[in-house]
Design a protein around this ligand. Structure first.
Ligand code: FPP
Length: 261
């Protein structure tokens, strides 16, 4: 057992079981930065800044645990209603995160994908997002999906609009539209649905985060404020996920066997 595994029973298990029974895709609603700062009489920005450090810790843990996809909610379509200095602070943190961490993420074989609306973003952000995606496109390790200027209802509406346009132009038969056709128009095309969604800070709602994709996700709500989130919190959430029985609208395996016999 190496040093890291001594600190982490879950990592030890995953090392030997090559990623067995860890969720393939974990989504995180990183909430509570403002409250973390208020509890310490610090400006809200300090909470967000410490939130980036929590994100770094979580990415490292996700790599160690061999999670395939980690999607983090970093700026919602609705976050534009925050005070202008907070909005520009969050934009600055994203820019700094990409500038400072891209090389390190790349050398750790992390693939970056950004989901959300690109139109309307400050002009210096779009090219940075494209660069992060392009540089890491061929990486085969963790896919870090950053939801930025993302809103789930907006995503669904855009997909519906695109399909309606295709149907009106005769490119698609409306009767042939199914979930797969629809998913190809979502930002998350090619990414499996999240198995586990974690929300920090004690709030229990999804706030427009992946509403289509979360149809059968397991949710874990933790009172921990995002800047305090660490590897142990992620492992605890995964342990809870493992205790859940996922039925996807069917029946439990034992019940199905009973019915069949
Ligand atoms: C919610 O806390 C958090 C956000 C709206 C932003 C999350 C952003 C980060 C963790 C840092 C930036 C991310 C990247 C990818 C660089 P809140 O402000 O709503 O907290 P509160 O509910 O306690 O006020």
């Amino acid at each position: 057992m190496d040093e890291a595994d001594k600190r982490s029973p879950l990592a030890a298990r995953e090392t030997t079981r090559a990623g067995a029974d860890v969720p393939t895709h974990v989504g995180i609603i990183m909430d509570g930065n403002g409250r973390w700062a208020a509890q310490r009489s610090l400006p809200r920005f300090e909470g967000h800044r410490r939130g980036v450090e929590a994100l770094r810790r979580t990415v490292r843990a996700a790599i160690d645990l061999r999670i395939a996809y980690l999607t983090v909610y970093s700026f919602s379509s609705e976050n534009w209603t925050r005070p202008p200095d907070e909005v520009s602070g969050l934009m600055g943190l994203l820019k700094r995160f990409i500038r400072n961490d891209l090389a390190d993420l790349h050398s750790n074989n992390v693939r970056i994908r950004i989901i959300g609306e690109r139109a309307g973003l400050p002009l210096d952000i779009g090219p940075l997002l494209t660069e992060a995606e392009d540089v890491t496109r061929d990486n085969t390790g963790l896919s870090l999906v950053i939801a930025f200027n993302y809103g789930g209802r907006q995503e669904i509406l855009a997909a519906a609009r695109a399909l309606a346009l295709d149907a009106a132009a005769g490119r698609i038969d409306p009767a042939a539209i199914d979930a797969r056709t629809f998913e190809r128009r979502l930002f998350t095309t090619g990414i499996p649905d999240p198995d586990l969604i974690i929300r920090t800070s004690g709030e229990q709602r999804i706030s427009n985060f992946l509403p289509w994709q979360a149809a059968y996700s397991e949710f874990v709500f933790t009172p921990v404020l995002w800047p305090d989130f660490d590897r142990g919190c992620l492992e605890q959430a995964i342990e809870e996920f493992r205790r859940r029985e996922r039925r996807f609208g069917g029946v439990a395996v034992a019940a199905a066997q009973k019915t069949a016999s």
